[in-house]
Design a protein around this ligand. Structure first.
Ligand SMILES: [Zn+2]
Length: 261
């Protein structure tokens, strides 16, 4: 499931393939995506140059020289596939962006839950988003302020895009494990010291170089999570047993023995 680091990487891939080029075709193929980007609306992007590509939370924003913005969200499984207009379309291609140099960018998504929309200049379909989880200027004051009225536990609060933009189920669980915090703890009850610890943990898990030697990779170099998807397994810090609970309809993995803060 793409969260901030994966969407950031996708936006960079997209930039390398598309920035500065002119769109010849934007087309939603799957009916679910077509509802948000009908052909008549998609035509507004034709002949427009892609002048900026940015990530905001888990959204990718393609700024056009007309002032309009193409907004893409991968949801659960979306990804870019870069090819040319002469390639055969992958059967899971849900939308395409074709460029004047013959590049074709396919939005592939087995489950077709991704979305692509075109926001006209001056309008935005983005939901309310909090500060970026990767923002270097993010501090405990901000977290304290956005969490102070939250009567919900800290784990779903961290996943709320209006609190912090970019965190999802995986990185929220990993950050709470790093900070040794109980995911069931009420968001508003965390002390300043714990918020500081949580911030450090968020930065660590989002960092591309988060993998301290021997911690995040196994002997074959495969990436492994410290807590996510490890129900019943041994905690890598204390040897306790990782548990899975359901919070706000999503699985939360945590160690009840050392995540006690
Ligand atoms: Zn533990």
């Amino acid at each position: 499931m793409p969260e901030l680091p994966e969407v950031e990487a996708a936006a960079r891939t997209l930039s390398r393939a598309a920035l500065g080029k002119t769109i010849t075709v934007v087309r939603a193929i799957h009916p679910a995506l077509k509802r948000k980007l009908p052909p008549a609306r998609a035509r507004a992007a034709k002949g427009k140059r892609i002048s900026t590509i940015e990530r905001r939370g888990k959204h990718q924003l393609l700024g056009l020289d007309s002032g309009d913005t193409l907004v893409v969200h991968f949801r659960m499984n979306g990804d870019w596939e870069i090819g040319t207009t002469s390639d055969i379309l992958d059967k899971f291609t849900r939308a395409v962006i074709e460029l004047d140099d013959g590049t074709r960018i396919s939005l592939v998504d087995r489950r077709a839950l991704s979305s692509i929309t075109l926001d006209k200049e001056g309008s935005s379909s983005l939901p309310k988003l909090g500060k970026e989880a990767s923002d270097p200027a993010l501090d405990a004051d901000y977290l304290a302020e956005v969490l102070q009225r939250r009567k919900i536990p800290i784990k779903p609060a961290l996943m709320d895009q209006a609190v912090l933009a970019g965190l999802g189920n995986i990185y929220a669980a990993e950050a709470l494990w790093e900070a040794e915090l109980d995911p069931r703890k009420r968001a508003a009850s965390l002390s300043r010291g714990k918020l500081e610890k949580l911030l450090t943990a968020i930065r660590l898990v989002l960092s591309p170089r988060r993998r301290r030697p021997g911690r995040y990779t196994d002997t074959r170099g495969r990436e492994r999570f410290m807590v996510y998807d490890r129900e019943g397994k041994e905690c890598r810090r204390c040897g306790g047993t990782i548990e899975r609970i359901v919070q706000a309809g999503r699985s939360t993995y945590f160690c009840p023995d050392c995540q006690i803060g």
